[in-house]
Design a protein around this ligand. Structure first.
Ligand SMILES: [Zn+2]
Length: 395
């Protein structure tokens, strides 16, 4: 009987001890910043300490607006101090709920504690500080480098000029740059371009900027074409080929594929036979403006080289352009090679500056063997010589 009592007493003691051991005190969470209800207007940090009166800290979790936040691990003992960045752009403007969960353990026992804090954020909108164009007075058919400087960080910047949208790229702290083009057919006088940027809070802002377009002073030239050549230059064919090429140059690689420095001349030797922008009338009727630069005085079969690094996006035979190759250099810039006797590249192929892409010829509508080199920027034709000499937008 006594023995049974002893056993019973021992069991009670064991149960009591076990119960005691599972009752370690909760850890204490103290949030130092932000303070309750604080309005944050710039990136800051959540600072807090966790103390475990008994045992050691096993795990500390943080969430903002119910989304877990990753932060740098600190050594967890019985006390730890945390500093967790609060990047406001990622949170968005408005009210937020911060929640902290801390777990302390000792042997088989554990205790969990929670703490919450409400704060709000309002990032001030970034402002456009300055816009500069180079050149600031733009001749028809010339590329334009546009620099925009903001008072703070912005998410994205786009421009619109002559009904074409073009992206800006960050080039420094709060500084963005775009390469745009002045249409060959722009009317001399005052012109406007629009800049739209999205600030970190997600709000869109638009501003218009005026600049002067000046006459490109292009020469006129009369071209004698044979009846058979002239018949290929009809309005329907011109329209069809333009639509096809224009559609291709509207889709471009967002990254810059070309290497810094001037572009290469696409042929060795020879001379310029016809400049960009030349106003042409044809013996078979009609007129046009010359959208490229012609390199002549060279025999059929002369190697044609890529002016810069890029990706081949068109390689096919067309009625007017003849054997044709188009290279995407990224950021809206393309080079187009016409009248080749033979193309030596395929669509999708990457080419380096100086790689042979085909041979000079007189296929399509041409009055003799020559290379008609065209450059497109923001889908408009621009003077290729600007790139071969002193290209814009290079640092
Ligand atoms: Zn030409």
């Amino acid at each position: 009987m006594k023995r049974t009592l002893y056993l019973f007493a021992a069991l009670i003691l064991l149960l009591a001890l076990t119960a005691c051991r599972s009752e370690i005190p909760q850890p204490e969470i103290e949030i130092i910043s932000p303070i309750e209800g604080e309005l944050l207007t710039e990136d800051s940090a959540l600072t807090f300490t966790v103390t475990a009166p008994e045992g050691v800290l096993e795990q500390v979790k943080v969430s903002v607006d119910n989304k877990p936040v990753q932060f740098k691990e600190v050594e967890l003992r019985s006390f730890a101090r945390f500093s967790v960045p609060l990047p406001l752009a990622a949170l968005g403007n408005g009210e937020h709920l911060l929640a902290i969960q801390a777990l302390a353990t000792e042997d088989e026992s554990s205790a969990l504690a929670f703490a919450e804090r409400r704060f709000s954020s309002a990032l001030p909108p970034a402002e456009l500080r300055s816009i500069s164009l180079s050149p600031d007075t733009v001749p028809q058919g010339q590329p334009i480098t546009i620099d925009a400087v903001f008072s703070g960080e912005v998410k994205s910047v786009t421009g619109e000029l002559f009904d074409r949208q073009f992206p800006f790229y960050p080039v420094g702290e709060n500084r963005w740059r775009a390469l745009a083009s002045c249409r060959l057919f722009a009317v001399p006088g005052s012109e406007q371009f629009h800049l739209t940027f999205t600030d970190l809070a997600g709000a869109e802002h638009s501003e218009a900027y005026s600049f002067a377009v000046v006459d490109g002073e292009f020469p006129s030239y009369h071209i004698v074409l044979s009846e058979s050549t002239g018949s290929r230059l009809n309005a329907e064919t011109i329209e069809r080929e333009s639509a096809r090429t224009n559609a291709v140059v509207r889709e471009f690689s967002p990254e810059q594929l070309w290497e810094s420095g001037p572009f290469l001349r696409p042929v060795e030797g020879g001379h310029f036979t016809s400049p960009f922008g030349q106003r042409r009338t044809f013996s078979t009727g009609g007129s046009s403006s010359h959208l490229g630069t012609d390199f002549g005085g060279l025999p059929t079969g002369t190697p044609i080289m890529a002016v810069a690094r890029g990706k081949v996006v068109m390689a096919e035979e067309m009625i007017i352009r003849g054997n044709f190759v188009c290279i995407d250099h990224g950021r809206g810039l393309f080079s187009l090679y016409n009248h080749l006797s033979r193309g030596d590249v395929v669509v999708g192929q990457m080419v380096e500056a100086g790689d042979v892409i085909g041979l000079l010829g007189e296929t399509g509508v041409a009055t003799g063997p020559h290379l008609h080199l065209e450059m497109r920027l923001a889908s408009w034709a621009v003077d290729p010589m600007t790139f071969l000499g002193n290209p814009p937008g290079f640092e």
